[in-house]
Design a protein around this ligand. Structure first.
Ligand code: HAM
Length: 505
């Protein structure tokens, strides 16, 4: 009996094992089936994508064929698209100068970095920047993606911030939230000095504050940043009021322009029908003449908006910001309410008429304002907000035009030269040791000739060339050549750092 018991146990164990194996097999089959289905689905999607054919006009086909022939002959010369450019290292030094200061200042004012995608649904911009604005009507790069969704390369960043605020529930954080960002934007404009089709903005947004001091905070930030960079700014400011004061002003301006419609430029005749406020922003001299006696917006503000604007001005005066109320400033984007502003390099000559600046002879370095209704129009939540964006390309041009001296980076003090394969193999670890010990070192591992390497060391103006040949590798030494006297010494490699630290002091 005693002997039979374990047998029974063994049988039930065996059955369990078989059951388990079957279960595992079924699981595996199921998994394989699912994977196969997934693969089939992916293959089908890929096929569908391949089937979406780009329609090509005869002209495009001819151009493509010509380019293919050129490419076969190795003659093709690629160029950047019109209005787009490369930022080469010598130019990047200016961008770096701007960015390090802008980011540091933003952080010290309590702004946090935010990054949003460059592509968004085209409707996001249509519903915020404004379907009747020039940016959306003429300048937005929009197209359908492979799934047929209408998308756009961002023409500005503010709508994405508003979207992220709602989508990510940022209204649940202590308010207001303060963000800063930097990145490229795309507008299909006619390229000219200071105007590109890909341009960069550094911007700030404050969501969840209706306090006039927040408006002043942004403008003071712009003043401080530009002055830190060496640019003296000048601000134009206006108030567009709330929806109620805007309606009152809209009626006033329609009445004012009614008899003069035919004298307006064709664009303004359309603006008159779609959004009469935009006429104020026109740069055409004929329209500007007509507008010289236009009623002022500030006279149509309701008591609340009037008080808000006065408070902003008082805060700016207290902070010593040089500004001018400009009733022609309406900004080219639909979402603005209350305070709007733009800033320019201060006129060099005090007699420069202000309108010459607004006439866009001098492009704006940046601009911004309140958009108290935008979040509400997206989500129903009543969240007042405001922001500004700096046009970084233009600020860089201003820095160059003013010959602002850039701080010099740390120059290399030694040059590591190598002769032969064995020496070259030791260069990267040796370079790391120098770098960790804060000894700025240059080298050119792509060159074999010692003469070329020493010429480069000479051009860089380093104090010492460190020369490593196969003999030195074997002896575990290195030649230290004084680049001024030409005197050379053999130093044991394990003493190199202490030797350099003492002599370079
Ligand atoms: P914006 O006035 O359209 O406002 O652009 C801000 C700045 O970007 C301009 O003042 C200018 O310096 C620069 N900019 C615009 N277009 C170009 C271009 N084609 N080439 C070079 N620079 C250009 C906005 O974009 C709003 N999102 C600002 C804002 C933020 N409002 C509230 N928050």
């Amino acid at each position: 009996m005693n002997k039979k018991k374990p047998k029974k146990k063994n049988v039930s164990k065996k059955i369990n094992r078989v059951k388990k194996t079957k279960k595992l097999q079924a699981k595996k089959i199921n998994k394989n089936k699912k994977e196969k289905e997934k693969e089939e689905k992916e293959e089908k999607e890929e096929e569908e994508i391949k089937e979406i054919k780009l329609e090509e006009t005869d002209e495009e086909m001819e151009k493509r064929e010509k380019e293919e022939t050129k490419a076969k002959k190795g003659k093709i010369r690629w160029q950047t698209l019109r209005g787009m450019r490369d930022i080469l290292p010598e130019e990047w030094r200016y961008w770096d100068y701007f960015l390090t200061r802008a980011e540091k200042l933003a952080e010290s004012y309590g702004f946090e970095r935010i990054e949003t995608p460059i592509l968004e649904e085209a409707a996001l911009y249509e519903r915020s920047t404004g379907a009747s604005s020039d940016i959306i009507r003429k300048q937005m790069y929009s197209f359908r993606d492979k799934s047929g969704t209408p998308i756009a390369l961002r023409p500005e960043i503010t709508p994405s911030i508003a979207r992220a605020y709602i989508e990510k529930g940022l209204f649940n954080r202590p308010q207001p939230v303060k963000f800063f960002y930097f990145g490229p934007n795309f507008r299909y404009e006619r390229p000219q000095a200071g105007r590109y089709r890909q341009f960069y903005q550094f911007g700030l947004e404050i969501l969840g504050s209706n306090e006039p001091i927040s408006d002043a905070e942004l403008i003071v930030f712009a003043k401080v940043l530009l002055e830190t960079l060496g640019i003296k700014p000048f601000f134009y400011i206006n108030s567009l009021g709330c929806s109620e004061c805007r309606e009152i002003y809209r009626k006033k301006i329609i009445k004012f322009l009614k008899g003069k419609r035919r004298q307006l430029c064709p664009d303004c005749q359309r603006r008159y029908r779609e959004n009469p406020l935009r006429v104020l922003d026109c740069k055409n001299s004929r329209c500007q003449n007509i507008l010289s006696v236009v009623p002022q917006f500030v006279n149509s503000l309701c008591p609340n908006c009037h008080e808000h604007f006065i408070e902003v001005l008082e805060y700016l005066d207290a902070a010593n910001v040089s500004r001018e109320i400009n009733s022609y400033l309406v900004r080219g984007l639909d979402y603005y309410t209350n305070t709007v502003f733009e800033f320019f390099p201060a006129p060099k000559d005090k007699n420069d008429p202000a309108l010459e600046i607004m006439g866009q002879m001098v492009p704006a370095l940046g601009g911004g304002g309140r958009y108290n209704n935008l979040i509400k129009s997206f989500s129903g939540r009543d969240v007042p907000a405001l922001g500004l964006s700096f046009g970084v390309d233009r600020i860089i041009e201003e820095l160059k035009a003013n010959h602002i001296p850039l701080p010099r980076g740390k120059k290399p003090v030694v040059f590591l030269a190598q002769i032969g394969k064995k020496a070259r193999r030791q260069c990267l670890p040796l370079f790391e040791t120098l770098r960790i010990n804060d000894i700025k070192c240059a080298m050119n591992l792509a060159k074999e000739s010692l003469k070329t390497q020493l010429e480069q060391a000479d051009n860089l103006g380093v104090r010492f060339a460190l020369i490593l040949g196969s003999q030195e590798v074997q002896d575990e030494t290195i030649i230290v050549r004084n680049m001024i006297s030409g005197v050379q010494e053999h130093i044991p490699q394990n003493k190199l750092i202490s030797y350099l630290k003492t002599t370079l002091r």
